[in-house]
Ligand binder design. Sequence first.
Ligand SMILES: [Zn+2]
Length: 155
Amino acid sequence: MSKSTPEELPTPQEILKLCMMSSHESVKYHEKLIEKWNDPQDIAQRAAVVILNVHELYGKMAFVVFKMLQNNCKHPKKMRDLCADGTVYCMDCNADLSEDEIFSTKTPTLMKQKVRNRRKIVKKYAKQKMTQAKIAQKLNVSLSTIEKDIAILKS
Ligand SMILES: [Zn+2]
C-alpha cells in the first residue's frame, strides 16, 4: 500500500484495510447481482447470498481488529476533515477515520429490508391494477425485477 516500500512488510493496519476494502467491494458486487437476479430460489443467488454474508462478516471482523489497533479517537465529529485523497481524519489527534465512513451503513440485512419494502409497494400497486411497466417506472427498477417480484408474491 501507499506508505510501504517493497522491502517493508505491510503494517497490520494496512493488511486489515485491504481486508475491509476487498470485502466491501465483494459485498457491493454481490448485492448488485442479487438485486439483479431477484430470484431467491435460484442456486446461484443462494450462493451469492452466502458469499455476501461471509465477506461482510470478514469485513466486520477486520474492522473490529482495526479499531483495536487504532488510537481511539473520542473527539467530536465536527473535528473531522477530509483530505484531498478522500481520507477522513481527526484534526485534533490526526487519526485516520475513513473506515468509519465506509462501514457506517449498508448491511445485507438492510438490503433484504430494501427488497422486502419494494415487494410491499409492488403488492400495493398491483392491487390497484397498476401495470407492471408502470410499477417498474415508478420504483425506478427494471420490468423483469417487477415480474419476478410479482411471481414471488403469488407463490
Ligand atoms: Zn481525534
